[in-house]
Design a protein around this ligand. Sequence first.
Ligand code: NAI
Length: 299
Amino acid sequence: MADIRFDNRVAIVTGAGGGLGRSHALLLASRGAKVVVNDLGGSFDGTGSGHNMADKVVDEIKAAGGEAVASYDGVDTYEGAEKIVAKAKEAFGKLDIVINNAGILRDVSFVKMTLEDWDKVLKVHLTGTMNVTKAAWGLLRDNKYGRVVNTTSAAGLYGNFGQANYSAAKLGIVGLGNTLALEGAKYDIKVNTIAPIAKSRMTETVMPPNVLEKLLPEYVSPLVGYLSSDQCGSTGEVYAVGGGYISRVAIVEAAGVSLKQHGPEDVASAWEKINDLSEAKPFENAMLAAGQAMQHVMG
Ligand code: NAI
């Protein structure tokens, strides 16, 4: 197996001042990538800002002999995203890899969630991922090459009590990635999504320390490295990753039924078969999924 290297590749890693983003940035830089280390600074709930976090990671990369520049703009505005991408262009002349990782938490039960909690979380995660990717998209198309790695969460894929805002934003990122993978295919732009689990300031209050010690961010970054590399042929996929465990996650559709009678009772009678996932399969795009229903109609 050839070494995976990023010589002559330029990467942006958002939210790279700590946790997973820092680890992704260190890995890419250690294998030759020139990295824009973006981090707004501030606390995990999206308040405050500062240069310290991004600067520290840039220093670490440089101390190890790598190349990096810091960026302090927020991903939550399009102007911020444009500045992040402009930084890559100014410092390194181009852009090949975008790792959308920046994130915040405003965990609270749905009944207590304020509209501001909803807006802020969607702005950083979902709109932030769109902002940076959109600002970068023209450069990636011009290159006829791009690797985009987005970050979702088990909370988005499966739901988690107290995370309505975060879950909605995180699953929105999967939907965005599904379509960008299709639109990027012609230009060799691959768009994949990770659902990580790792020790960070986000998880240190919700998981016991002995478990967290086995879930280092360094066990997640190798997947990000692979998905960012020219060896990666996959696109539009989602992978669960943590502590060395890596597994593809898919949205699947059951074989289903074709009702001949159309009352709610007919639905009730077929309920078991409708829910039977034993022959379930994923679809590459919405048209193929719609084709499944059309086949039933056509008989
Ligand atoms: P973290 O809090 O250490 O990292 C997030 C980083 O994003 C912080 O450094 C923060 O300053 C930065 N950031 C926040 N708002 C920003 C903005 N508007 N613009 C630029 N940077 C901003 O947490 P962690 O765990 O490393 O999270 C990284 C990503 O992984 C997040 O998207 C998170 O939702 C996701 N994730 C993490 C899991 C875990 O187990 N640690 C589980 C599932 C998802």
